[in-house]
Design a protein around this ligand. Structure first.
Ligand SMILES: [Zn+2]
Length: 120
């Protein structure tokens, strides 16, 4: 289990990523994330899941993919594990999805119906 340490700059307690010997929190450290890690972090932190064990593992795997050092067969394995870690980290979270045209029509209809009932 990762232990929280104090940021050398803002003195805020934070949990460094697995295998990372950071002394600065995410806000103070220069952003060295690649595109995949950036996206995974955005997805996890939105639900406060970036500090879970599965979330930390997902970020570590994302970094592996971003590094560009893995062979294509290793990448296939890592991406599969990454997906599993993200799913585990976001378990129980109802993920937001973009409303579709159908959703908007339904919402508009529901609104019409409810306002109709109010005046009736
Ligand atoms: Zn800090």
């Amino acid at each position: 289990m990762a232990k929280a340490i104090e940021c050398k700059k803002c003195e805020r307690a934070f949990v460094p990523l697995v295998g990372e010997h950071a002394t600065l929190c995410k806000e103070c450290a220069p952003d060295k994330r690649g595109p995949i890690e950036t996206q995974v972090y955005a997805d996890l932190s939105k639900y406060g899941r970036d500090l879970t064990t599965d979330g930390a593992m997902a970020l570590r795997l994302a970094r592996e993919m971003d590094s560009g050092e893995a062979t294509s067969s290793a990448l296939a394995t890592v991406s599969k594990q990454l997906r599993a870690c993200i799913d585990a980290a976001l378990e129980g979270v109802v993920r937001e999805r973009q409303p579709t045209a159908i959703d908007r029509i339904r919402a508009a209809r529901a609104e019409r119906n409810s306002s109709h009932q109010d005046t009736a």
